[in-house]
Design a protein around this ligand. Structure first.
Ligand SMILES: NC(=O)c1ccc[n+]([C@@H]2O[C@H](COP(=O)([O-])OP(=O)(O)OC[C@H]3O[C@@H](n4cnc5c(N)ncnc54)[C@H](OP(=O)(O)O)[C@@H]3O)[C@@H](O)[C@H]2O)c1
Length: 267
């Protein structure tokens, strides 16, 4: 069997190490390298405590690409993600983006290069199956219910706001329509910021408090009734592993940028 060769950028991190462990126990996928600045020169297995994982760690994407991965998985930070993905595409690899915080302009640049070199990029704000389902259900609800808002909850140390999940949900709902605002934001009496941020036609509110892990509410309101779609994540990175492995398997069949895991799932 020809295994899919993978480089995990951020393979020593919280999400990347869980994925790397998942890849080790997956038959058709092989980890050939990882990227991390502070562990460059070591073997990934030593750093994350997995026997029989001799994948070398490099500080840069350019060095890691010398191991000829078919797919680079990006799980670092938004300021490094774009250059890693562009380097992967130039080096002939496909890319799976798990990192949150890239802008729409970043995605446009990535899409343009991916099309030019005929490689696939799959960007997924949240690989968890339950989140993919929440997105689908929310899109169905938005077809029938014109009013909705999103609340994203996370722990006090999460720096990016809103979450990648909230951004991606707002992006998807914009494909259905904009949520209806009966009082225009500029006519808000009091403090306008309390109405949240308007993102691609959706009001988004971010709560950052100790005691929360990561959760999201998509609230759809109609007269005298409402539908609340809620997703809650636990503290481990386990829910993201199987979705990321599915993305690794499927991205080679794509050309250009695709967003959301459901773009490669059957419903
Ligand atoms: N899509 C999803 O389902 C999903 C799930 C979980 C997390 N995420 C996202 O994935 C990203 C990573 O999250 P995390 O919690 O795993 O972070 P983390 O634990 O801080 O790990 C970050 C990893 O990236 C490496 N890194 C950081 N900056 C780098 C750079 N400039 N060059 C090379 N390597 C660099 C780090 O190693 P060094 O510091 O040694 O370089 C480390 O291995 C975040 O954007 C997070 O929101 C997405």
């Amino acid at each position: 069997m020809n295994k899919i060769k993978v480089c995990v950028a951020g393979g020593t991190g919280w999400a990347g190490s869980a994925l790397s462990k998942g890849i080790v126990s997956t038959e058709d996928v092989e980890l050939v390298s990882a990227i991390s600045r502070s562990h460059a020169g070591k073997l990934l297995g030593e750093v994350i405590g997995v026997d029989g994982l001799p994948a070398p760690i490099y500080a840069t994407a350019e060095e890691a690409l010398q191991t000829h991965p078919d797919v680079l998985v990006e799980y670092t930070k938004p300021d490094a993600a774009k250059s890693h993905v562009l380097a992967a595409l130039r080096g002939g690899a496909h890319a799976v983006i798990g990192t949150s915080g890239l802008s729409n302009e970043d995605y446009e640049e990535i899409d343009a290069l991916a099309r030019q070199v005929n490689r696939g990029v799959l960007a997924v704000g949240n690989f968890a199956l339950t989140v993919v389902l929440l997105q689908k259900f929310a899109e169905m609800a938005a077809q029938y219910i014109p009013h909705w808002e999103i609340i994203d909850y996370a722990h006090n140390e999460k720096r990016d706001a809103p979450s990648g999940t909230a951004r991606e949900l707002a992006n998807r709902l914009s494909g259905t329509r904009e949520s209806q605002l009966d009082v225009p934001l500029e006519e808000t009496q009091g403090v306008r910021e309390t109405r949240g941020a308007r993102m691609q036609g959706t009001q988004v509110h971010s709560v950052r408090l100790p005691g929360y892990v990561i959760s999201i509410d998509a609230i759809f309101g109609m007269p005298d009734q409402k539908l609340i779609l809620r997703h809650e994540s636990g503290t481990s990175a386990e829910p993201y592993v199987s979705g990321a492995i599915l993305a690794i398997r499927e991205v080679g069949k794509l050309a250009g940028l695709h967003r959301g895991l459901d773009s490669v799932m059957k419903f």
